[in-house]
Design a protein around this ligand. Sequence first.
Ligand SMILES: C[S@@+](CC[C@H](N)C(=O)[O-])C[C@H]1O[C@@H](n2cnc3c(N)ncnc32)[C@H](O)[C@@H]1O
Length: 358
Amino acid sequence: MSIIDVAYYGREQTAVKHEMLRRYLGPAARIIGSFADCFVYIDCCSGPWNTVREDLSDTSFSIACGQLRAARAFLQERGRNVEFRCLFIEEKAVPFGRLQQFCDSVDDIEIKPLQGDFTEKVDEILRFIRERPNFFPFFFIDPTGWSPLAISAISPLLRLRPSEVLINFMTSHIKRFLESSSFETKFGPDYMQKVLGLSGQDRDDQAAYSFADEIRRFYPYACTSVVLNPLRNQTHFHLIYGTRHPKGLEKFKEAEKSCFGFMQAVRLDAQHRQNVSGVVQETLFDLTPVQDRYLQGLRTHYLGQAFDAVTLRTSDMMDEREAWKIASRFPLVWKSDLHRWWQARGPREGTVRRQQFD
Ligand SMILES: C[S@@+](CC[C@H](N)C(=O)[O-])C[C@H]1O[C@@H](n2cnc3c(N)ncnc32)[C@H](O)[C@@H]1O
């Protein structure tokens, strides 16, 4: 038996993205539902896209519905009657037809399907959210390219208070277009200045970090997470998450940490199934003793970056909370890492050997 649902064979990166969504959205909806009366989930680029399941259970919108139902039941058991509403947007006619069928088949959650480019539907999106008092919207923006991520296009959504956002930043695709002038128009001169002239891993990292910097103008807690290519040692995309509350950050980081083993196993499984010459093999049964060295090395790389970012600022006499705000921006860096490092500080604040953070 494989670690991964066969529906994701050949698109294992989607399995990791869906697992992150599942593991974050459930806990987040339970917490947000403890103070908001209406949780609004907005899937801005719904699809379906490359789905193989007839019932569309391998899509982000179906997974979200499952998590929202579970959160609603959890809250009801605790005496909170929270309304859960969804807005699913898709621009292309054929997937929109399937999306609409899915929405028609759901009768226990209010779902509005909307056809069109979501960046041109901002007024309609905001109107839908504001139809109820004491709302809390969560935006999931998962486009096929980078064009809809122009900051000017999405900023009316990101400005909304309260709200949270999860963005799929298609790094493997975007990095090929970084030099183009339309990129500068959409992402701004600050973004370009940070990214140009870099290469390799630095370029991959900075392409995502600089976009997260733009998101941080709206959400003080914005962090970057990686989803790797299943077969090659490179980043497939970054998930950029933004919230205004440290609790949201804590839950997102917990989801990332709990997905680390999953991503590792999924990659090893995919690589085992398809060897270098492309011959499909039996699936790997026992994954426990094997480690994905590339992923482990990448975590060490990000721990080093977080360490440097925090120690550069320790002369400010910052406390652990402030240090976490900085360290958490980096992928695969968790609160337990910072805590370990903080505990190990020397007698003078900030005197710590770099290895202690590796
Ligand atoms: C990567 S797929 C979405 C996959 C889906 N979120 C999932 O994980 O199951 C992107 C989808 O968004 C649609 N799309 C791309 N840009 C869009 C835009 N600006 N507005 C609305 N839909 C868009 C595409 O047609 C495609 O179906």
